[in-house]
Write a protein that binds this ligand. Structure first.
Ligand code: MTE
Ligand code: MO
Length: 345
């Protein structure tokens, strides 16, 4: 489920900047990330594909025939500069998607650039629509400069600017999220709400440290409170004695992971594929395992007060069987409804 959005409404230049941001010099627009597109084609086209009934291939002229809007948007880059009140002309993402007819299964949207590394970024479809994502070709009355993503870029208001893709060529609708370039490679936060300072997936670590931890799949003994691991492949993770309160592992591949002795209070494991993982002596109080695959998991010696196992949705069952191990103390700590569910395995 996409998270509810609790950012304030789009702000004007007179409202305060998000925490930790500074104004860019007047009239300046820093250039960040890739500096140029791949050599542009003769005719720039935008493709809309994936989970849509009617895939589209639009030229810029066709795109401009959709209802045009002009919006003043505040840019907030994760590297702490902000440029408020940028006047953007373009079309609403919603108006582009309408004729493509997204299917009900489409929950995420991914944008891909015409660049040598096919740079990409993604977000929940509901957020992209609700935040009024625009596809923009004109800024402050002049055509969008090539170094800023011209002829066409996406701009997602109320998100750090790495969610706004330069040189947009492809929009893909997805059932499961596919992390974008910065989110995957550099540990940038996958929600990226500047009002909540969601800069890095683990707020206490630098992006290099997060990247190293993810690459080596070694969280052992580390302080990774609130780390957001969604979209990362973490089978075989070593998270022994790690501090992972509030960590988010929803839907992650996590088979054969070791969480022995870890602090996982209120961690989110909904939909995680945890086959053969071990939680011996871990604190999983308040943790959510609804819809997870728990075959072969060992919860003996874990502290289970307030943990959830009952599936939320009938079509996303929690997979528990005789190979899922609990001890009597653990079972006794569960709330009655949870205990009945777990015992019936
Ligand atoms: N294609 C592409 N889009 C991208 C990036 C990139 O490297 N390649 N970087 C992102 C980041 S981190 C930022 S802050 C903004 C920068 O846009 P600007 O150079 O127009 O300021 O673009 C985003 N979109
Ligand atoms: Mo950025």
């Amino acid at each position: 489920m996409p998270e509810p959005i609790d950012s304030p409404p789009p702000n004007s230049p007179t409202t305060p900047l998000p925490p930790g941001q500074q104004l860019a010099a007047r009239g300046r627009w820093p250039q960040v990330g890739e500096k140029a597109s791949a050599p542009p084609p003769d005719v720039w086209t935008l493709e809309v594909l994936g989970l849509v009934k009617n895939p589209l291939m639009l030229t810029l002229d066709q795109l401009k025939q959709l209802p045009q809007v002009e919006r003043s948007i505040d840019i907030h880059c994760v590297t702490r500069w902000s440029k408020p009140g940028v006047r953007c002309r373009g079309v609403r993402l919603a108006d582009v998607l309408k004729p493509a007819q997204p299917s009900a299964a489409a929950k995420f949207i991914s944008f891909t650039a015409h660049s040598t590394r096919r740079h990409d970024t993604s977000l929940p479809l509901a957020d992209a629509i609700h935040l009024e994502t625009l596809l923009v070709w004109e800024v402050d009355g002049v055509p969008l400069a090539p170094e800023h993503g011209g002829p066409l870029r996406s701009i997602v208001p109320e998100r750090y600017f790495y969610k706004s893709l330069k040189w947009l060529r492809e929009i893909k609708l997805l059932e499961r999220d596919e992390l974008g370039f910065w989110e995957r490679e550099a540990g940038y936060h996958n929600t990226a709400d500047p009002w909540r300072q969601q800069r890095y997936m683990a707020p206490n670590l630098s992006r290099l440290e997060v990247r190293a931890a993810l690459k080596s799949k070694n969280f052992a003994g580390r302080e990774l409170r609130s780390i957001d691991c969604r979209g990362h492949e973490l089978a075989g993770l070593d998270a022994r004695s790690a501090l992972l309160r509030d960590a988010d592992f929803r839907d992650c591949p996590l088979a054969e992971a070791c969480f022995d002795g870890a602090n996982l209070s209120n961690a989110k494991f909904a939909g995680a594929r945890l086959r053969g993982s071990s939680f011996a002596g871990a604190d999983v109080e308040g943790a959510d395992f609804a819809g997870a695959d728990l075959r072969g998991c060992d919860f003996r010696g874990a502290s289970l007060f307030g943990a959830t196992f009952v599936p939320e949705l009938p079509d996303r069952p929690t997979v528990i069987d005789a190979t899922t191990l609990f001890d009597t103390q653990g079972l006794a700590a569960l709330m009655p409804e949870q205990e009945i569910f777990v015992r019936s395995r």
